[in-house]
Design a protein around this ligand. Structure first.
Ligand code: GLN
Length: 507
């Protein structure tokens, strides 16, 4: 980015055209607002104009909260005027539709919640709004987070901005596209088993799955409560760091949040990765130690261009003086199986509250209570959600519980101990985010097992509760984005962001 990017002349032209402001990074936009080079209303209008232009093709938003966004932008301009601004004040952001937003419809992309407008706010959204954030709309996703292509949304699939015939990834496809296509500056999404990282990699943006418990889950519609985390997506590592600083922290409404102090992620991300990078970030040795988990590279069918790109990232670490070691996480191969037993089990219980009585759409012309449940759920959930409910109910039923669920939990412990052991030796692990780039719409939709395989690189860290970041590190020859995944030790989000910044630094 040239130094003159925010020069007064440039901004005067921008302001006149009022069209390119949405292409700034969050950091640049915050700086421009603080220097009064433009207003939050102008910034918000630029994003709304982009949404109007592109959403009909991309389908990234289920609800666009235009009037409300403009009203919030006006308040933000007052905050700036009164010297009360934070870095997030006046900056438009989007929120995945499975996260509750007070007075704004939250459907989770399922028709059973088509008319649901929460009366309360998810803690993470509340924190950002208090900081002056401008909520521009709710993003499309696979219903309740079930999927890896965004084709399980009952509001239509989200399309990839790099190729409209391809999927956006899922489940947080709308969030990824809203950021990639400059419809807002960052998005708040949810990752149970890859839903932030995979769409981020398919759409060429950063997506962070924080450590389990780093951020409050209060107000996030639960999928699998022991895996769900909330995290940000943005166009740069620095922008992610800023957002995480405001989102993170303990919450008395969520007993699983950690009391660990919130780091100054943006200051950490600023630091250079160097031969001393590891120690600067509280690492294992004086050098940054990068682990190559061999099992991730042995996965069958891994796209050669992706493999090459990730190996090139490893070279960059070498050049920087980092120590590279091959490591083994022997139980990696069981992570998917564990995931697809534990997740549907928790899922079947979490989805039970959606019965047509307590929340959302209640079918009419019904003769009995059981028919009310049946018809409301039959019409309100897509196939994939029903499939998970059935698998979960089966797995938890008497006789199968010991054979499947209990065994899966035991293997989950082994997967966690693989990570514990390896992080005694290395600072970070590097692997692809996904074995393949964005695929064709419809290509895997009718084959759930193929769709589940999209999670192969993503479920291990999720099952074990470790943080992981997808970094946009290049493109295939076809022009589709490639993501490199960096997995860190618990609570080492700062180091992940620092590494993310290093890998995307322009030479
Ligand atoms: N592909 C995963 C699944 O369908 C992603 C879920 C998620 O992270 N919300 O379970």
């Amino acid at each position: 980015m040239p130094a003159c990017w925010l020069s007064p002349e440039f901004l005067k032209i921008q302001r006149k055209n009022n069209m390119e402001l949405h292409k700034l990074t969050l950091k640049q936009a915050a700086e421009g607002l603080r220097k009064k080079q433009f207003t939050s209303v102008e910034l918000t209008q630029a994003c709304l104009a982009q949404i109007k232009k592109r959403n009909k093709d991309l389908n990234a938003f289920i609800t666009i909260s235009e009037d409300r966004a403009i009203a919030e932008a006006k308040l933000a301009d007052e905050m700036i005027e009164n010297g009360q601004a934070t870095e997030l004040t006046g900056i438009p952001f989007s929120v995945k539709d499975s996260i509750a937003t007070a007075d704004i419809r939250s459907t989770a992309a399922a028709k059973i919640l088509d008319n649901y407008t929460p009366v309360f706010e998810a803690t993470v959204v509340e924190k950002i709004r208090k900081a002056g954030g401008v909520l521009i709309g709710k993003t499309n996703c696979d219903a309740f987070g079930h999927g890896a292509s965004n084709e399980n949304s009952m509001y239509g699939a989200v399309r990839n901005p790099y190729n409209l015939k391809k999927v956006s990834g899922g489940s947080s496809g709308g969030s990824a596209v809203s950021v990639a296509d400059h419809m807002c500056f960052y998005s708040i999404a949810e990752d149970t088993g890859g839903s932030i990282r995979q769409p981020a990699s398919f759409c060429g943006v950063f997506g962070l799955r924080p450590t389990y418990g780093r951020n409050s889950r209060y107000g996030v519609m639960p999928m699998a409560s022991s895996l769900d985390v909330v995290g940000p997506m943005a166009r740069t590592a620095e922008d992610l760091a800023i957002v995480l600083k405001y989102m993170a922290g303990t919450d008395k409404k969520d007993a699983t949040t950690t009391v660990a102090t919130v780091d100054n992620y943006d200051l950490i991300a600023e630091k250079e990765i160097s031969a001393q990078g590891g120690s600067a970030s509280g690492g294992k040795k004086s050098k940054l130690v990068v682990g190559i988990p061999k099992e991730y590279f042995e996965i069958e069918g891994i796209n050669e261009e992706i493999k090459k790109n990730v190996l090139y990232q490893i070279e960059k670490f070498k050049e920087q003086g980092a120590e590279i070691v091959e490591v083994s996480l022997p139980h990696t191969k069981y992570a998917m199986a564990v995931y697809y037993i534990v997740v549907p089990s928790e899922d079947s219980s979490n989805m039970a509250r959606l019965d047509g009585i307590r929340y959302g759409v209640r079918e009419k012309k019904i003769k009995s209570l059981s028919e009310l449940y049946e018809v409301s759920r039959a019409n309100g959930f897509p196939e994939e959600v029903k499939r998970r409910i059935l698998i979960g109910t089966y797995v938890l039923s008497a006789g199968y519980y010991e054979a499947y669920y209990k065994k899966a939990q035991k293997v989950r412990t082994l997967i966690k101990s693989d990570f514990e052991k390896v992080f005694k030796e290395v600072d970070i692990l590097i692997a692809p985010t996904s074995p393949f780039p964005a695929f064709e719409l419809g290509e895997k939709k009718s084959d759930p097992l193929q769709m589940y395989l999209a999670d192969v690189m993503l479920s291990p860290a999720a099952v074990a509760g470790y943080p992981a970041l997808s970094v946009p590190t290049g493109f295939t020859a076809e022009g589709l984005p490639i993501g490199t995944q960096i997995i860190g030790d618990k609570m080492k989000e700062g180091l992940l962001l620092q590494v993310g910044k290093f890998l995307t630094k322009k030479d």
